[in-house]
Design a protein around this ligand. Structure first.
Ligand code: SF4
Length: 257
């Protein structure tokens, strides 16, 4: 199915980008991966494990405590085994970017390539994200990119409630340290998880939500763009709107109703 809508120069450049990458190639990053640690997956029994009330003095996980900076935090939590993913991960994927970032992009969890390298969004989808940022005049180095979960779920499945409950406080702490101007969910799962909603992404994008008292914007996941090029014009539009909101400091700048 081809998109007949006239494209802006930026949209056309992005579409051209697809002409030299293979859109539907089954690549390692996007394909289901062989399960490497079958016995250590979160089980229904683990999910129903009774929660232990904690006090600060009894807290065996001081990594939730406030940290002075991201480096200290990373080294404090890098060995986390609060959920079952801690024993199945290859690399802990903390996050990358500028500590001065005005915008923090949040995906749901590391994929195969991220688990291999220890950095978020480094596969084909990550390269497309870099390309899109460059097209609006930004770079990976000046924003911050992380995930809700710091460890890869097996076979790239969606995060389960126990993993989110255990790991989301780390995201809160990262955001407290970074104190960005805007948060951006990369894709449906991240958006639905953080907003506690089942609404489809097409209803969530294009309006400003709130997360941790920050304006919260939602865009399509770059992997979805690799699968469906027709989502590209809306994504470019959403990124340009985001840029305008960041530049003006107004959370509703550039939103057309
Ligand atoms: S996913 Fe989060 S809570 Fe689970 S082990 Fe990894 S860092 Fe810890």
């Amino acid at each position: 199915m081809s998109d007949q809508t006239p494209k802006s120069p930026i949209q056309q450049k992005v579409v051209d980008y697809f002409s030299y990458i293979s859109l539907y190639e089954k690549e390692l990053y996007l394909s289901p991966q062989p399960q490497q640690h079958p016995p250590s997956i979160t089980t229904p029994q683990a999910k129903s494990k009774p929660k232990q009330p904690m006090t600060i003095s009894q807290n065996p996980y001081p990594e939730y405590s406030p940290h002075n900076d991201l480096v200290t935090m990373h080294s404090a939590i890098g060995g986390c085994i609060r959920c079952a993913l801690g024993s199945s991960r290859n690399k802990f994927v903390f996050g990358v970017g500028s500590k001065e970032a005005k915008v923090v992009f949040v995906g749901e969890a590391p994929g195969a390539e991220e688990d291999k390298q220890g950095f978020p969004f480094v596969g084909r989808a990550g390269k497309l994200l870099d390309h899109l940022l460059n097209e609006i005049g930004w770079s990976r180095e000046e924003v911050y990119i992380c995930n809700i979960l710091k460890c890869r779920p097996p076979n790239n499945r969606d995060p389960v409630p126990d993993e989110i409950e255990q790991c989301e406080p780390y995201l809160h702490e990262q955001l407290r340290i970074l104190n960005p101007q805007f948060l951006v969910a990369l894709g449906r799962v991240a958006a639905q998880t953080l907003l506690r909603t089942n609404a489809p992404l097409r209803e969530l994008r294009g309006r400003v939500h709130s997360y941790q008292d920050k304006p919260f914007w939602v865009i399509y996941h770059p992997a979805a763009l690799l699968r469906n090029q027709n989502l590209m014009p809306d994504t470019v539009k959403d990124l340009l709107t985001l840029k305008k909101m960041v530049e003006t400091g107004q959370a509703d700048a550039g939103i057309s109703t």
